[in-house]
Write a protein that binds this ligand. Sequence first.
Ligand SMILES: [Zn+2]
Length: 433
Amino acid sequence: MYENLLERFIAYAKVDTRSDDSSYTVPSTHNQVTFALELAKELIAIGLEEVEYNEMNGFLTATLPSNIEEPVPVIGFIAHLDTADFNAVNIRPQVHPAYDGGDIVLNETEQIVLSPKEFPRLSNYIGETVITTDGTTLLGADDKAGIAAIVTACEQFLAHPERKHGKIRLAFGPDEELGARGAKLFDVDHFAADFAYTIDGGPIGNLTYDNFNAAQAELTIRGTSVHPGSAKDTMVNALLVASQFATDLPQKETPEHTSGYEGYYFLTCQSGNVDEVKQTYYIRDHDRENFAARKRFFSDQVEAFNARFAEPRIALTLFDQYYNMRDIIEQHPVVVDLAVQAYESCGIIPVFKPMRGGTDGCIISHKGLPTPNLFSGTENGHGKYEFVTLETMAKSIDVIMAIVEQNAALSGTAEASGNTGNVAVTESSRGIR
Ligand SMILES: [Zn+2]
């Protein structure tokens, strides 16, 4: 077990780094800067080099220099500094060693209980050290567990020079929880890695590189508001037009009716009155062609509605948010192969699940740096039932170190290096899943 891990994770978790969607500063909250600067001191103290905080994008980056002669691809590890939109004031992580499989009382006074009856996945962790909240905040293991794992792995390499590794780059960035807003400003050229992994969320085994293509549609529906007493043949009630529009979309293609690779239309927000209504929709699909078809269908619906009136009533703004990283990762199968081999060498069965969302990694992959996501162990993220176990975090460190060591063992066999963003695809490649 890694000695400092529990202490390190708890220290990180206690820091309030909640991001704020209503803020347009970079990062969105100053707490994230404070945390990044503290983290920078720690990285320097454990012996990492090129520790830099970039004020323009809020990313903290650092380097673990290679301790081998031969050049091997430079690997990046990335985690996010911010926590989700949930109370993060006075986070008091609770440590429950040797979990017995029963209910965990998070908060006596408010009778908040983390129970395997409600969260059956808890039963996977019997005997482990479960770290929870006190029922009043989130835990922020998403993504402090990822940061703790990456830092601890580097600390291990520095403490054990006999363990061979190429050059490793680290990046800790802001505002992932705001639709990966932080990653959009990430400087891939400056990071100068050949490929990378985000360590962000998901139970043990998760290995993700297949996420949604995502677009957002903003509708402004203009009504004609007149006194209801003289409304006949004059009033156009924007509220009714908006309701009709929403219910005319395929009703089985919504988040609550879909799973796996099924895409959807999601009415996320609606406000207004008879005179004007604004609606926001998310359009999602893993497949690029289906994604395009969904956007076309949505635009056609708007056109069809407008045709019913003497003049157009619905104004549409439609824009893409992010794309499936699979399109990029498939060009670099060695990135997934390396992770799969590392999982297997740690006795972990890889779990490939389509991700019904996005990550920093999909933004970064589409900037040219292939970046799948690896588990960090977080369960029930974004709320008071969030938890992680010490044992899973330790496994995450094992995986990071195994990836790095297997990459180092490739020296002389893999041609790739020189920070080109391209990695050689070896004959032994197992192909993408
Ligand atoms: Zn996360």
